[in-house]
Write a protein that binds this ligand. Structure first.
Ligand SMILES: Nc1nc2c(ncn2[C@@H]2O[C@H](COP(=O)(O)OP(=O)(O)OP(=O)(O)O)[C@@H](O)[C@H]2O)c(=O)[nH]1
Ligand SMILES: [Mg+2]
Length: 272
C-alpha cells in the first residue's frame, strides 16, 4: 500500500509547522508493574523545560502503579493522565490505546512514546520534540553516531544489533534502530497510520509503526540516544516477542511499499 492508495498523506511530508503553537506535547508511557519507577519518572518529566502532559497507559498492574499515577494526577491536574485497561494486553495494544486517546482529545501536536523503566532518559524528550520541526517521526537511536547502550549483557546487545541488521536487510530501509521504543511523532502522522497493521506486541510493534510511516512518505529522522538497562523492576521481554518481530518483518515487506530513496535522515551528534 502506498499513500495515494490509502488516500492518506494529508499532513505527512509537508513543510514544518511552527512548534510551540497553541497545541502541546503528550508523553505516552505504557506500564505494567512499574511501581519502582513511575513516580520518579513522572517527576522527571514534569520538571522538563517544555510544555508537556503525560499519559500513563496501565494494564491493571498488581503493584499499585495506577494508584501512584492517580496521586500524581491530583497533584498536577491536567498534566498527568491515567488510562486504565482491564487486563495485560501487551505493549503494542497499550500504545495504540494511548495514541487514540491523544488523537481523540485533539489537543496535542506531538506525541512522545517511551518506557517507564528509565531505559529511555527523560532528559532526551525535549531534543526529540525539537527535531520534529524538520521531521514527522524522530527516532531516539542507539545505532547512529553518538548513540549507544549501557549496562546490557553482551548477549542482549548482540540480539538487538542482529535483529536490527536482519530487519533492515529484509525491509531494505536505512533506519538503523527499528526496534527502539523512544520516538516522537507529529500527531498528523499518527492519525495517518494504518492501525490495523500495527498489531504486534513488543519490538514488532516498533518496526511496524516506523515502516508504515516510511511507506506513507513520512520524514523520519534518527537522533542518538544512550539506552540504559532497567535498574528497578522486572522486564516483560520474552522470547515470543522476538520471534513475533522476526516473522513480522516479512509480512511488512509483503504489505507495504517503501519509497526507494526513503526520507530517513541519519543525524549523528554528540550525546549530551
Ligand atoms: N500497559 C502495558 N505496558 C506494558 C506491557 N508490557 C510491557 N509494558 C511496559 O512497556 C515498557 C517496556 O517494557 P519492558 O519490560 O521494559 O520491556 P523491554 O524494555 O523490551 O525489556 P527490558 O529491556 O528487559 O526492560 C515498560 O514501561 C513496561 O512497563 C503490557 O502488556 N501493558
Ligand atoms: Mg525496558
Amino acid at each position: 500500500m502506498n499513500r495515494s492508495d490509502a488516500g492518506l498523506g494529508r499532513a505527512v511530508g509537508q513543510q514544518s509547522f511552527p512548534l510551540g503553537g497553541a497545541l502541546k506535547n503528550l508523553v505516552v508511557i505504557p506500564t505494567y508493574n512499574e511501581a519502582e519507577n513511575i513516580d520518579a519518572m513522572l517527576d522527571r518529566l514534569l520538571a522538563l523545560p517544555i510544555d508537556t502532559e503525560i499519559l500513563v497507559v496501565d494494564d491493571s498492574s498488581s503493584d499499585g502503579t495506577d494508584k501512584m499515577v492517580l496521586v500524581k494526577a491530583q497533584d498536577f491536574p491536567g498534566r498527568v493522565h491515567l488510562l486504565s485497561r482491564p487486563v495485560k494486553d501487551g505493549l503494542g495494544a497499550a500504545y495504540l490505546a494511548g495514541f487514540h486517546w491523544a488523537l481523540d482529545s485533539g489537543e496535542y501536536e506531538s506525541v512522545v512514546q517511551m518506557d517507564a523503566d528509565f531505559s529511555h532518559d527523560p532528559a532526551d524528550v525535549p531534543r526529540l520534540v525539537a527535531y520534529l520541526e524538520d521531521a514527522d517521526l524522530v527516532i531516539g537511536s542507539r545505532y547512529v553516531q553518538g548513540g549507544g547502550v549501557t549496562d546490557w549483557s553482551l548477549g542482549r546487545e548482540a540480539l538487538s544489533k542482529w535483529g536490527n541488521a536482519y530487519s533492515r536487510a529484509v525491509l531494505g530501509v536505512r533506519v538503523r534502530d527499528l526496534t527502539g521504543g523512544f520516538k516522537a511523532w507529529r500527531t498528523s502522522l499518527l492519525s495517518d497510520l494504518n492501525w490495523v497493521a500495527c498489531n504486534a506486541n513488543g519490538y514488532g510493534f516498533q518496526i511496524q509503526t516506523t515502516v508504515i510511516a516510511l511507506s506513507l512518505g513520512a520524514r523520519v529522522m534518527e537522533i542518538p540516544i544512550i539506552f540504559r538497562d532497567r535498574q528497578y523492576g522486572a522486564s516483560k521481554m520474552h522470547g515470543k516477542i522476538v520471534t513475533e518481530a522476526l516473522a513480522g518483518v516479512w509480512k511488512l515487506r509483503r504489505d507495504f511499499k517503501i519509497p526507494q530513496a526513503d526520507a530517513v535522515t541519519l543525524r549523528g551528534e554528540s550525546p549530551r
